[in-house]
Every structure is written in C-alpha cells, then in structure tokens.
Design a protein around this ligand. Structure first.
Ligand code: NDP
Ligand code: OXD
Length: 312
C-alpha cells in the first residue's frame, strides 16, 4: 500500500516523523514524499496539506484524501479534485487542545487588558485597573464545531459567560446557543470578546465586516483564529481607529505569510501571530489517520468526511 505525503511546510524531518510510526503500525505501508511519488498508479491514500492545485487528479487509484488540517477551504478550491472519493478533514485531540490553548491565552489577555499593561511597562507607568469577574465577561464563539465546542467548555470552566453561534442549535453545558442568521444580532449584541472559529465557505467569507463589528458593544475585542478570508481588513482597521473595537488578535490572513508592508504588523491595537493558533501534531494525528485507513479498508465510513454541499 503506497501513501502520498505532500505538505509544503514539511521538511524531510517532518516526513520521518510521519513515516516511522505509520510504517511501524503497518509494515505494508510505503510512504512517498511528494514530489518523489514513483508510479502514480501505486498511490492508494494521500495525506496532504495545501497540495499543488491539480496534483490530486494525477493518482488514478487514489481512494481517500486525508487533509492534514481542520480547514478544507484551500483544498476544495481545487476544482480538479477527485470529488468522488472521500475527503477527510483532520479532527485530532492535539489540534483541538492547541486551539483551545490559543483561545484561552488571548481571551485572558483581552479580559485582563494585558495589551494595555504591556504598553504601560514600555512607558514605565504604574497604573492599576480593576477587571471584571470572569462570570461577568461575555465571550462569544462563532462556530461551535469541534474546536469551538472545546474552547467553549474550557472557557465555561474558567467561569466566563459563554455563548456560541452556529448553523444549528447546540446543547452544550453552560453555553448559550444562538444559531442561523436570525440569531446573529442577539449573539453579537451580548459579546464583548468575539472569537471566530468558523470554516471558510461561500456563506462565511467576509463575515467579519463593518456591519458585524458595529453590532458588537463598544470596546469589544476580536480574536480571528479561523481564516483571513473571514475578515474585511479595512473594516477592522476603521473599527479599531474609531475606538469601537478595542483590540484584535489575528492568526490568519488573506495572504500568508503576512507581507512585510501590511499595516496589521504595526497597528497598536492589533496582535499578529503567524498562523500558529494550532498546528498538526504527528503524535496525535497519526492514530486518527490510521483509524481512517482501517475503516476505509473494511468498507466503513470515515468520520469527519467533508460534506461537499456545506463545504466543511
Ligand atoms: P467544524 O466543522 O467542526 O465546525 C464548524 C462550525 O462552524 C460548526 O459549528 C458549524 O455549524 C459552524 N458554521 C459553519 N458555517 C456556518 C454558517 N454559515 N453560519 C453559522 N455557523 C456556521 O470545524 P472545526 O471546529 O474543526 O474548525 C473550524 C475552523 O478553524 C477550520 O475550518 C479552520 O479554518 C480553522 N482552523 C484554524 C487553525 C489555525 O491554526 N488558525 C487550526 C485549525 C483550524 P454547525 O455545527 O451547525 O454545522
Ligand atoms: C487547519 C489550520 O485548518 O492549521 O488545521 O489552519
């Protein structure tokens, strides 16, 4: 059985981190590191992150594409994908806990006004300001899927007042659920720290725009850890400059790496991180992929197969 491994960010060391455990689990597996794929007819399964558009159609016997990340927006943008085979997105405990750590870290920074304290240190200013009890801090998560639900549960454990917005209603302990277009206005009106964990689809592209930001209470903060395409950059800058939005933490951008001349780098009310909210960890992702291959071989459905109609 031959498996294609194609991840542009991965060097040979990363390839080995995948190859060794996979072949230890099943000595019949032969991992081929793109672009040295050998005979294209041999390839049974593909493990990919941002493959070259057009590449996936080259393997006539490909049975499943495993996307080595949670978001499939870039993969699905390739109109030549073999859409008749399962495309499986990554849901793995390491990716989930990484995102929850990011959400907690930056929610707490906003909650406690840490960016103001950072500036005070630079200015050698000693000024104390009371911050609200976490139970009086209203946090809102757009997207209550795998990542949003886990982050919500951990925020609830810290006693925050947590709500989420999704397509369908959710019943999650301690989380107020809003859903659909009709639920968005009320969700935004109560949200002081807004976290975006939506997939990027035709429906969600540009959702973080002037109209949406204006519906948040004055002084609200934004954390976008989903995709750059959710945000209308100029609308955010305008909302920050007017003082309506107090601060934004951005992990994802329209163009990555973020170009050196992008104003986000130097805006005093923006924290930039280089798409590291969560990274795929071989240790936890490999068992998930192995399970997926086993299920496929025994003719059973693979969890987290992308719903092509919904686009996530
Ligand atoms: P899921 O598919 O599990 O969850 C998506 C959630 O978004 C669901 O709750 C879904 O609602 C909701 N949703 C989708 N479309 C809409 C819509 N039009 N209106 C309202 N709600 C909607 O995805 P994950 O939680 O696994 O991942 C979310 C995203 O996080 C990924 O797509 C990726 O872009 C991003 N990500 C970013 C990383 C980073 O390092 N910055 C790392 C990993 C992921 P419903 O449940 O009702 O279907
Ligand atoms: C993902 C990502 O989608 O890392 O997993 O962005």
């Amino acid at each position: 059985m031959a498996i294609l491994f194609n991840s542009p960010q991965d060097d040979a060391g990363e390839f080995e981190a995948w190859r060794k455990p996979l072949t230890a689990a099943d000595p019949n597996m032969e991992l081929r590191f793109w672009p040295n794929v050998g005979r294209v007819e041999d390839i049974d399964y593909a493990l990919v992150w941002l493959p070259e558009p057009g590449d996936m159609q080259r393997y006539p016997n490909l049975k499943v594409i495993f996307n080595l990340g949670a978001g499939v927006d870039k993969l699905l943008a390739d109109k030549t994908l073999p859409y008749h085979i399962p495309i499986v997105r990554l849901v793995d405990p390491g990716l989930t806990s990484g995102m929850t750590e990011y959400v907690l870290l930056h929610t707490l920074r906003h909650h406690r006004g840490q960016h103001v304290l950072d500036q005070q240190q630079k200015d050698r200013v000693w000024r104390q300001k009371l911050f609200p009890l976490s139970r009086n801090r209203r946090v809102g998560i757009m997207g209550l899927g795998v990542l949003g639900a886990d982050a919500a549960a951990k925020l609830v454990a810290l006693d925050f007042d947590v709500a989420g917005w999704s397509r369908q209603h959710k019943s999650l302990p301690g989380v107020t659920s809003y859903h659909g277009e009709d639920g968005l206005e009320a969700f935004l009106a109560r949200t002081e720290i807004l976290i975006c964990l939506l997939p990027l689809t035709a429906e969600t592209r540009g959702i973080l725009n002037a109209k949406l930001l204006a519906q948040l209470p004055k002084g609200a903060c934004l954390i976008n850890a989903a995709r750059g395409g959710h945000l209308v950059d100029a609308d955010l800058i305008a909302a920050l400059d007017s003082g309506h939005i107090a601060h934004a933490t951005l992990d994802v951008f329209h163009k990555e790496p973020l170009p050196a001349d992008n104003p986000f780098w130097v805006h005093p009310k923006i924290t930039v991180t280089p798409h590291v909210a969560s990274l795929t960890q071989p240790e936890t992702a490999i068992p998930v992929v192995l399970d997926g291959i086993r299920l496929h071989k025994t003719g059973r459905p693979i969890p987290n197969t992308v719903d092509l109609k919904k686009g996530y």
